[in-house]
Design a binder for this molecule. Structure first.
Ligand SMILES: [Zn+2]
Length: 321
């Protein structure tokens, strides 16, 4: 049958993919998010990357059955509007992303939550295909989560899956969300970076910021953390250990509540560190799992960087065809 497009909108990059009827990628493309130029320009860049992915698949974007988008921020799937995208300039009020993309690309467009569609992609085509209940944990700048129960997405009233804001310590570290003690306050890349800067500023030795500069980065990207760990950097080791413990507590608590069959770990840091870190997270989780005779399997996300875009494509409108 006809091809569908998917777009994963991130704070730094836009990933687009074209898939066949089975969800198999036929072509993909990636470009930077013009985050300093507002939602209108971001939508135009998304359309351009989508067209590029279509031509990589040997097709014209206008001939796709539809396009689905995994978006950050608050998504209203009914209306196709998105608000409160914190990493993009001037995107607090609702912006008609679906309508704008549909007129730019010339095909129907559906908008959904980025982490939720990435979880659904793993459940349908990735590490979770053998399971009907699944928790997706996306360990990156923040820590996002997605839930599939009995083979169906669980979004609550729209805000379910916020595993990054599960409390792992009452009155604990300040979270980027403004509250205290959230898992993300310990495990989110942004929170880890803020803590590393504070401790380095207090004179603690670390190669994190040298590596960052050598790599021409202005933030502690996942590759910077990986290189610092390979150097045996004690500050990096300490902050990663703290993150793993927080992930273990948060994921273990979610497992106690939901009793899912599988936990899938993805996100920038999760994918970068790979299987060895999944093993560490599993061990940290097991300390908190109540029903420890039948723990869920814990797996690395299998679709990698393309998972979000493929998940978007799975939500693409196909005109009933
Ligand atoms: Zn929080």
């Amino acid at each position: 049958m006809s091809m569908r497009g998917g777009i994963d909108l991130g704070g730094t990059k836009i990933q687009a993919v074209v898939v066949d009827a089975e969800g198999k990628p036929l072509g993909d493309a990636r470009g930077p998010t013009p985050h300093a130029r507002g939602p209108q320009e971001v939508a135009a860049a998304m359309a351009a990357v989508m067209r590029e992915a279509a031509s990589a698949a040997g097709a014209d974007a206008g001939s796709l059955a539809g396009v689905g988008v995994g978006s950050p921020g608050e998504v209203d799937s009914e209306s196709g509007t998105v608000s409160n995208v914190v990493n993009i300039l001037d995107w607090s009020g609702p912006f008609p992303l679906g309508e704008t993309l549909a007129s730019e690309i010339g095909v129907p467009v559906a908008i959904a939550n980025d982490v939720q569609v990435a979880t659904e992609a793993e459940a349908t085509l990735g590490a979770g295909t053998d399971y009907s209940s699944l928790l997706g944990v996306f360990w990156g700048t923040g820590v996002g989560g997605g839930i599939v129960l009995d083979g169906k997405p669980w979004v609550g009233r729209g805000a379910a899956g916020e595993i990054g804001h599960v409390v792992v310590r009452r009155g604990g570290a300040r979270c980027p969300c403004g509250r205290r003690g959230c898992m993300e306050a310990y495990a989110g890349r942004a929170a880890m970076e803020a803590r590393a800067r504070r401790r380095a500023g207090q004179g603690e030795r670390t190669v994190l910021f040298e590596i960052m500069e050598e790599r021409g980065r202005d933030r502690l990207a996942s590759g910077v953390w990986a290189r610092a760990l390979a150097h045996g950097d004690t500050l990096a080791q300490d902050l990663i250990e703290r993150a793993v413990k927080a992930l273990g507590a948060g994921v273990g608590s979610a497992v106690n509540l939901l009793d899912v069959e599988a936990v899938v770990i993805g996100g920038g840091l999760g994918l970068r560190f790979g299987e060895p870190m999944v093993d560490r997270i599993r061990a940290a989780m097991m300390r908190h799992v109540f029903s420890d005779e039948r723990p869920p399997v814990v797996r690395l996300a299998a679709l990698g960087d393309l998972g979000g875009a493929i998940g978007g494509a799975l939500r693409a409108p196909t005109g009933g065809g």
